[in-house]
Design a protein around this ligand. Structure first.
Ligand code: SF4
Ligand code: SF4
Length: 432
């Protein structure tokens, strides 16, 4: 795509990076068929190519975003399915992130929208606050059937009926035998509150694979939730805090072999901290030391290897490929291979490339589109005839759990079960 950015504009590294992305797009349109919003809405402006045009026009002419342009940008799930399809290597992720930040800085949203976004960015990245709000949400969950405003209803529907107890694993309990190495297990924010059993299962698996696990007490949210709302400064602050926390472990006497992530939505943003810190003279070199250590847990376990499964379970599993894992991190085979090696019979749904509609806060901010995508995804997953649904991301699990007739669990919960760990509570609940 031809561009006409001025030299002055291109002196801004963010603008120069976006210009580079835009120029790579050759208008071929291959990405349209794999874009969930284009598939649902059929509007070119809700496709990757259409959004690239809109963003180019907005950035190049330094236009104030219009409500219409903001609507099309907001409808993007950041699922990155378009990046998997694109033959020209267009880094759409960097472009949409820049556009979101531009909108955040140059567009005044309606008051209710501003309040909701501020509320989400004040609550979700902080486990204690999130837990307190969820407790309140579970008390009022029954109201989700009432004709409330859509976004409020979406939040009540997503709140669990019962909040699980916090994860029981501590660093002290996570193994100190150091046979093969030592890893940080990233605690995250949303996952640790909604599904603490994922952390416990991960620790047991990593210990079985021969690794000591440590938790970094001073790390925080990965920054994904605010990053996808265009809050660049806040996202950078989270990234810097984590880099400092992890470097302290890395430079400790015990050393560090990996930073393992169990929520692929966090992992895809952390692996791209370069986008947040790459122009920071202090943090860019710090991040460069850590970047090779960051691994999704499926990637880490597939590379490290697990002992032979001890508990062969005759279960069929429908694998829900999280977009952040499949498209964001290009890790599609690893979780499937681990499940097969552990003895599960794997079934893959049709349209595995399409998002389930979770996408961070998308299912709250765009509840209608998110609900259509959830319904479509569940139909495809149920059609596999599997006993269980497994995914590698808490976002997908929460999005699908409420309406699935099947147990929805994390891949590591199944692996842990097959390797002598506990049977996942969701599966036990389904049986009872
Ligand atoms: S990130 Fe997903 S929703 Fe957004 S344009 Fe690409 S394919 Fe479409
Ligand atoms: S597939 Fe890539 S090059 Fe083709 S229109 Fe989409 S973004 Fe542009």
């Amino acid at each position: 795509m031809q561009t006409q950015f001025s030299k002055f504009q291109l002196a801004d590294p963010l603008m120069a990076a976006s210009e580079d992305v835009i120029r790579k797009c050759v208008h071929c349109g291959f990405c349209l068929a794999t874009c969930p919003t284009y598939v649902l809405l059929g509007d070119e402006l809700d496709s990757p190519r259409g959004r690239i045009y809109l963003i180019k026009d907005m950035l190049e002419n330094e236009r104030a975003p219009t409500a219409d342009v903001v609507t099309h940008i907001d409808r993007c799930l950041s699922c990155l399915s378009c990046m998997t399809t694109c033959p020209s290597d267009v880094n759409y992720m960097r472009l949409i992130d820049h556009a979101r930040n531009y909108v955040e800085n140059n567009y005044r949203r309606p008051l209710s929208e501003r309040c909701l976004r501020t509320f989400l960015s004040f609550i979700l990245p902080y486990p204690r606050r999130f837990r307190a709000v969820l407790k309140l949400g579970s008390l009022f969950k029954f109201m989700a059937v009432l004709p409330l405003p859509q976004r409020l209803r979406a939040m009540l529907q997503l709140a669990p009926a019962h909040l699980p107890s916090p994860a029981s694993m501590s660093s002290a309990a996570a193994g100190k035998q150091s046979r093969r190495g030592r890893v940080i297990l990233f605690k995250g924010c949303v996952e640790s509150v909604l599904a603490p059993q994922i952390r416990d299962a991960s620790v047991r698996l990593l210990n079985r694979a021969g690794f000591d696990v440590v938790f970094s007490e001073s790390e925080g949210c990965c920054g994904a939730l605010v990053h996808h709302m265009g809050k660049h400064t806040q996202a950078c602050a989270f990234a810097k805090r984590n880099v400092d926390a992890w470097l302290a472990e890395c430079d400790s006497q015990a050393g560090l072999d990996a930073i393992v992530i169990t929520a692929s939505g966090c992992g895809s943003v952390i692996k791209d901290y370069e986008a947040l810190l790459g122009n920071d003279p202090v943090y860019a070199p710090k991040w460069a030391r850590l970047a090779p250590l960051v691994k999704d847990i499926s990637e880490f376990l597939a590379q490290a290897g697990l002992p032979r499964a001890t508990n062969i379970l005759n279960q069929t599993v429908a694998y829900q490929a999280a977009c952040s894992l499949k498209h964001g991190q290009k890790l599609d085979q690893e979780p499937k291979q681990l499940l097969r090696e552990a003895g599960f019979q794997l079934r893959e749904p049709d349209e595995a490339h399409l998002c389930c509609g979770s996408a961070g806060t998308y299912n709250i901010l765009q509840p209608e589109i998110a609900a259509s995508l959830r319904e479509r995804k569940l139909q495809r997953l149920m059609a596999t005839g599997a006993d269980i649904i497994a995914s590698g991301n808490i976002g997908c699990m929460t999005q699908l759990a409420n309406d699935a007739g099947l147990a929805v669990v994390h891949v590591v919960e199944l692996l842990d079960w097959a390797h002598g760990g506990v049977e996942p509570a969701q599966i036990l609940k389904q049986k009872s």
